[in-house]
Design a protein around this ligand. Structure first.
Ligand SMILES: [Zn+2]
Length: 267
């Protein structure tokens, strides 16, 4: 109950409701309002996640991101509206195409659910509205970089602009950018891509010095951990020379540091 109460009070501070919480009879009403609100945000997350799937799939392929119906990769069957309901369609169809029964990638489900969970966390901790599109962009960049080992310019530029408007931490942004450009230059693009430098420009703008520091620590440690694990597990499939994209770790660090406000007191 303490959680609900804290949440309700913060929501009121943000102007959603303006009734005094000291009135105990209203507690139940607010609990229900909170539930409805969280449910709505979770649903929005699923819908945006579903859109991100289409975006990741069609970006740089020449196909419109908005126009054109989705279809099955195996048989080309055009999906009807009831086959496009996030999560529900996947579960009802047992993760298979209704027409040819070939398997649908788990990636779609994972992205939808992750977006939903992150949106709920944003709502729960009452972050500014701009953080929703920022989070959505970061998810899209993460998955795209994992799949294609490149960060799409259009996504990272929009991210930089939104991050600059939202955080306005200019110094941190340019400091991180310079550092990553240095790493990129010294290693001739082997340690870092130039895309990573653009990404941290936005991350710095958004987070400022303290949260950025924890984001970078999480990114480097998790990156090193996964890199070393892959080195051992894959038995030759992955070598020291294999390029493991770094943006996913940067984004993992950023979202963790942001959502849980992990402050490292450096200054
Ligand atoms: Zn099919």
């Amino acid at each position: 109950m303490v959680q609900w109460r804290a949440f309700t009070i913060r929501r009121i501070n943000h102007g959603i409701a303006s009734v005094s919480l000291q009135e105990p009879r209203l507690g139940g009403v607010f609990a229900i309002l909170n539930l409805v609100y969280i449910f709505a945000v979770a649903t929005l997350g699923l819908i945006i996640g579903s859109f991100l799937n289409v975006l990741i799939l069609r970006l740089n392929t020449g196909r419109s991101v908005i126009k054109g119906r989705s279809q099955c990769f195996s048989c080309g069957h055009k999906l009807r509206w009831y086959e496009l309901v996030p999560v529900v369609s996947f579960v009802l169809q047992h993760g298979r195409c209704r027409s040819c029964k070939s398997r649908i990638s788990w990636q779609y489900l994972i992205i939808e659910i992750s977006t939903s969970i992150l949106f709920v966390l944003l709502a729960w901790r009452v972050f500014p509205l701009l953080y929703y599109p920022i989070t959505a962009l970061l998810i899209a960049i993460l998955v795209y970089d994992l799949k294609h080992k490149i960060i799409p310019d259009v996504l990272v530029y929009i991210f930089i602009i939104l991050a600059a408007i939202s955080g306005q931490e200019w110094l941190t942004g340019f400091a991180l950018f310079s550092f990553f450009v240095f790493l990129w230059f010294v290693s001739r693009g082997k340690w870092m891509g130039f895309g990573d430098a653009k990404l941290v420009l936005g991350i710095g703008f958004l987070l400022g010095p303290s949260l950025s520091a924890s984001a970078m620590l999480i990114a480097f440690w998790s990156g090193a951990l996964v890199g070393i694990t892959l080195l051992f597990v894959s038995r030759g499939g992955v070598t020291m020379k294999s390029e493991i994209p770094f943006a996913p770790f940067l984004i993992l660090g950023t979202l963790t540091s942001l959502l849980f406000q992990i402050n490292i007191q450096l200054f």
